[in-house]
Design a protein around this ligand. Structure first.
Ligand code: HEC
Length: 376
């Protein structure tokens, strides 16, 4: 018994944003496999951290607070591929099972999402992509427990709702996003992508299987990136309000291409966090709030409290040196006249109100980055 416990402890490895998730190659076909499939036994779980997405505040103040307070959560993830198809299994703790209740507008359901770039070799903004680089987002939610009516799919805008053996209707949705406000729904009925969801002993198990190359994305490389999201309906998480991982490098076992991507994504930085904190206080805290530092007006700029969690190093660096590369959207002039995050320059281009800090010495930038990475 003891030996078994020790073994299972060692079998769970931890993948941080600085490592890769290795996908085991298996014979046969992984397309369509469910959370309960025996095939999962041939892969080990790795632990991936997710962080509340707090950059943006929504209009629902209570939900913003619940999202923030929910803090960091771990997901156990394993993945399989068969040469043509890939499948992921997610397992995470959630003591409350929340299923969509169509009679109440104030109830939200549990679920998970998986995000991937729509092309190789780019790193879109991890929160639903950006104007230049799109993402594909697949989401499965614990759907209605009630018998379905013919017009439900119209009412809820679902792509596909089906009854699973554990009496949870999995609501599957697929989107192509170019920033949170710009998206197109993907018709999953015409695709081979399948998702499954099951609740057992205080844990959710979620799975997704899809072709490695389909009309939405091309993952046919030895390595690509994905990001995982989980939603806790009890905490009113939905849409952007969710727990989100950084971009994680996924490596297909037996394929040795994609090393460059892994190396680039897993780059580490050596800097003095204490000095970085001082630099941030002096240069950033007038606009940004993070952790206990709340002197900036609330909507002035993204909240950086968990940016070291879901923001990859490369992205953080780019944000500081070239704020116009990726602009965190939402706070436009129309929506927030006093706190627009962008402005139009003389050439008519939308530019970030954040100044570039490219004048700072490399040493200082490194210290700042090292500090930003502690914000999680
Ligand atoms: C004049 C206000 C202002 C200052 C000063 C400022 N920022 Fe920003 N920052 C913004 C705004 C507005 C955005 C959102 C628009 C964008 O993405 O450029 C932003 C975006 C960011 C992002 C991306 C956040 C996310 O959620 O993805 C990071 C990281 C960031 N800033 C870091 C910093 C750091 C570090 C400093 C100090 C060295 C700093 N900022 C100084 C206004 C500011």
């Amino acid at each position: 018994m003891l030996a078994k416990i020790i073994l299972s402890i060692f079998m769970v490895c931890v993948v941080s944003a600085n490592e890769s998730l290795l996908v085991t190659k298996v014979p046969g076909n992984v397309l369509g496999i469910k959370t309960t499939s025996k095939a999962w036994m041939s892969a080990n779980f790795v632990s991936i951290k997710t962080y509340p997405m707090v950059s943006i505040k929504t209009n629902d103040l209570k939900a913003n607070r619940l999202n923030f307070e929910g803090g960091t959560k771990n997901i156990q993830v394993k993945a399989l591929y068969d040469g043509k198809n890939i499948a992921f299994l997610l397992k995470w703790r959630d003591s409350t099972k929340n299923i969509a209740d169509r009679l109440s507008t104030d109830s939200f359901e549990d679920g998970f999402g998986i995000e991937m770039p729509d092309k190789l070799d780019v790193m879109p903004y991890v929160d639903f992509g950006d104007r230049k680089n799109g993402v594909i987002y697949f989401m499965a939610k614990a759907g209605l427990d009630l018998p379905l009516q013919s017009n439900d799919s119209v009412l809820f805008g679902q792509n596909e709702t089906k009854q699973t053996d554990n009496a949870i209707n999995v609501t599957e949705e697929g989107y192509r996003f170019f920033g949170f406000r710009t998206f197109r729904r993907i018709n999953l009925q015409n695709s081979d992508t399948t998702m499954d969801l099951r609740y057992k002993n205080g844990y959710w198990l979620g799975s997704i299987s899809k072709q490695i190359v389909d009309k939405f994305s091309n993952l046919n490389s030895g390595a690509f990136i994905v990001s995982f999201s989980i939603y806790d309906g009890q905490k009113a998480q939905r849409g952007r309000l969710r727990n989100l991982s950084a971009w994680i490098v996924v490596k297909l076992e037996g394929m040795d291409t994609g090393e460059q991507l892994a190396e680039k994504m897993n780059e580490k930085i050596a800097g003095d966090t204490t000095n970085g904190e001082k630099i941030a206080l002096k240069n950033c805290s007038i606009c940004h709030r993070y952790k206990q530092v709340t002197r900036a007006p609330k909507y002035m700029a993204p909240d950086l409290s968990f940016i070291g969690g879901y923001g990859n190093l490369e992205y953080l660096k780019e944000s500081i040196l070239n704020p116009n590369m990726v602009q965190v959207e939402d706070f436009t002039k129309t929506a927030h006249p006093n706190f627009s995050w962008s402005e139009t320059n003389e050439e008519g281009k939308e530019i970030s109100i954040m100044p570039s800090f490219d004048w700072m010495s490399k040493g200082k930038i490194d210290d700042l980055l090292a500090f930003l990475q502690t914000l999680k």
